[in-house]
Design a protein around this ligand. Sequence first.
Ligand code: ATP
Length: 235
Amino acid sequence: MLQLIDVITSYGATEVLHRISLEVGEGELVTLLGSNGAGKTTTLRVISGLHKLHQGQVKLGGVNLENRPPDDIVRMGIAHVPEGRRIFPGLTVRENLELGTVAWRKRGDRFDQDLERVYRLFPVLRTRDQQLGWSMSGGEQQMVAIGRALMARPKVLLLDEPSLGLSPLLVDQVFAALEEIKRQGTTILLVEQNAAMALEIADRGYVLSGGTIVLEDTAGRLSTNPEVKAAYLGG
Ligand code: ATP
């Protein structure tokens, strides 16, 4: 479904991704692990067109995406939930979710169905739908950010650190929602610091270190791999 082939990119003169290749099959949940500065966020930004690649290819269902504008890439089926839950603080929950439909507005008449899907995944958002973004907890804002991405009806959902700064209870809720989103058929590429939880729900994973993929395996095998345990699972 999603393929990166020999992707190279830089910030200024500094190359930060060195020939990255990875693949996410249809319906798969794949996690991208790695320590701070490894290049995980940059990889997601290259896929969604927010950062230009210098060499290589990004393909969705065999169609080249590299260097297309981000709004085209959303329309083609990729939605990105960036790190830090960037929702609009002065808009209500419902208005934030409506913004996710921009890519489809002319064609779409399934708004109510799409909204219902988000409210089923995150019941708390239904009860807060007129509340302003800034007044929500971090966890609720993360749910709005994921919900808004789903309103774009993505084939592939990119998530950057969805558990960051959330209480353990909310992390559990967000991860349960990700499992449900996968069960409903959406393909997911998940960047997570919480490697243990990511490997619990993932099918496969890649480990990125210093801008290079150093390991690739099933989630089960990665979670028992001694190097992964030592570096990312607290020994
Ligand atoms: P983190 O978990 O800290 O977000 P990451 O694995 O997502 O790390 P990236 O944010 O992709 O890593 O960063 C990869 C490299 O690119 C790092 O060395 C980082 O310092 C550098 N970098 C990231 N953003 C910029 C930028 N806007 N300008 C210059 N260098 C950057």
